[in-house]
Write a protein that binds this ligand. Structure first.
Ligand code: SF4
Length: 455
């Protein structure tokens, strides 16, 4: 799994301000999560030269740097997966890819916007980073460290698929310096895992988790998905109970969405169905609420729309914090996207074009966008609202306008719908609002992005 960056640009999600909160019942096809702004559809190939010229300027003072590395290989493709992944690559292909990623990073490391900077946080996502062998991981990480030392990074996250994690490999991952291991568990029920196309089974989850604990990763996160195909009330409750028993440092719970480029959608299309064969949104929200309540009973804290944390004083998620507050994010690898010196960019989508561009000495960037000041404000405010609350004065001092003025209309809409809570300087969401925040964020979109018309 990778961090969620995709955009919800479906006009069907928008509603006029002041109207009743639109009902969102059955799960239909399309992206649901909002994790960036403006939406990808507004990013353009003709903005790439602007992005590249920005790299020849020094960095913005005081802005931290993160480094995201995309590993696009998986053992098999999950039926709900919409990421750029490859299940047919051999060891030579993987070595070619690692060399390309290192060459790509070398190009960035030579640009004034990046030269001499050290990343504060790193993220290895995919795909399945743990698909790589210990030797391949060694070549990748040693090569990266030579170009951009990360000894003083505050957090290094690595995504792992339980069935790929032997004791030996987990030790190699820890030796890279990884501080936060994120396990793509998704569910504990073998039938649910199988019917949804997952490669691993429950036995492998328990084995990988106990190795990870034994080795002593400072943070272990587990991912769950509420509402996979054939999920039931009882099976979900059982999955939550088993997750609670493990006592991970944090748990990330997604509500199942069915984007167009998934196997599930292909089946829906073939059968002429509009509703996906998964639980409706109200049920998924109820299931996530149940999970949060169970974790809260044993002392966890809800820290965002998707996360509960055992000890928020100790366990941070620097990657998300950086991303949500406008940090630079240098992203390398096929189809990855980042944000440098105030410009969004995304890499070429496919394996060979990515390799060919890098071999030709070109950055493999496909499209880019320089957001306006107002768009950056909207982006940051929306993303931080996903954490549950924001400080109005902090935004006013960073962006020059109080969000209660800047976003008066959408905030009034949320207030009328009963999702907004205000305490002094803090604008927060009710639990119900937090559980459906991605849907509510559409209210903050510029109308031209809501309607899907991008001039
Ligand atoms: S593990 Fe499954 S969901 Fe995750 S990237 Fe691979 S195919 Fe996609």
């Amino acid at each position: 799994m990778t961090p969620k960056f995709e955009m919800n640009t479906s006009p069907a999600d928008a509603s006029p301000p002041g109207s009743p909160a639109p009902p969102r019942t059955e799960t239909t096809a399309g992206n649901y999560f909002v994790s960036n702004y403006p939406p990808f559809a507004a990013w353009r190939t003709d903005a790439v030269p602007d992005f590249e010229s920005t790299l020849h300027q020094p960095p913005r003072p005081g802005v931290p740097l993160g480094l995201y590395t995309h590993i696009p290989f998986c053992r098999k493709r999950c039926h709900f997966c919409y990421f750029r992944v490859y299940t047919d690559k051999n060891a030579d292909d993987i070595r070619t890819y690692i060399d390309a990623v290192l060459s790509e990073l070398a190009m960035y490391a030579a640009r004034p916007a990046i030269a001499g900077r050290r990343p504060r946080f790193l993220y290895f996502g995919g795909g399945t980073p743990s698909y790589l062998s210990p030797d391949q991981l060694g070549v990748l990480s040693e090569g990266m460290k030579r170009l951009m030392p990360w000894d003083d990074a505050e957090e290094i996250t690595f995504e792992g698929e339980p069935g790929t994690l032997t004791d030996h490999k987990l030790r190699a991952i820890r030796a890279m310096g990884v501080t936060r291991l994120s396990l793509g568990i998704e569910h504990f029920d073998d039938h649910i895992l199988e019917i949804n196309g997952r490669a691993h089974r429950s036995k492998e989850i328990l084995r990988a988790y106990s190795y990870a604990r034994e080795i002593g990763f400072p943070q272990v996160n587990i991912d769950l998905i509420a509402g996979m195909v054939e999920e039931t009330e009882d099976k979900w409750r059982e999955a939550v109970a088993r997750a609670v028993e493990l006592r991970p440092d944090s748990v990330t719970i997604y509500q199942m969405e069915v984007p167009y480029n998934t196997t599930i959608y292909q089946r829906m299309k073939a059968e002429g169905r509009l509703a996906a064969p998964v639980a409706d949104w109200e049920t998924k929200r109820r299931w996530v609420h149940h999970a949060y309540s169970e974790f809260e009973k044993v002392g966890y804290t809800v820290t965002s729309t998707t996360t509960v944390v055992k000890d928020p004083g100790r366990v941070k998620f620097q990657y998300r914090a950086g991303l949500f507050s406008g940090a630079d994010l240098l992203s390398v690898g096929v189809a990855s996207f980042g944000h440098l010196s105030g410009v969004h960019y995304q890499n070429l989508h496919d394996f060979q074009p990515h390799i060919d561009a890098v071999r030709a000495g070109r950055l493999p960037v496909y499209r880019a966008l320089r957001p306006s000041h107002e768009e950056l404000y909207t982006r940051e405010f929306m993303l931080q609202l996903k954490l549950g609350s924001v400080s109005a004065s902090a935004f006013a001092s960073k962006f020059g306008t109080d969000p209660r003025v800047q976003f008066a209309t959408p905030l009034e809409t949320l207030r009328q719908w009963g999702f907004l809570m205000e305490h002094g300087d803090t604008l927060g969401l009710t639990r119900d609002g937090l559980l459906q925040v991605d849907r509510l964020l559409m209210e903050f979109f510029d109308p031209k992005y809501r309607s899907g018309r991008y001039a």
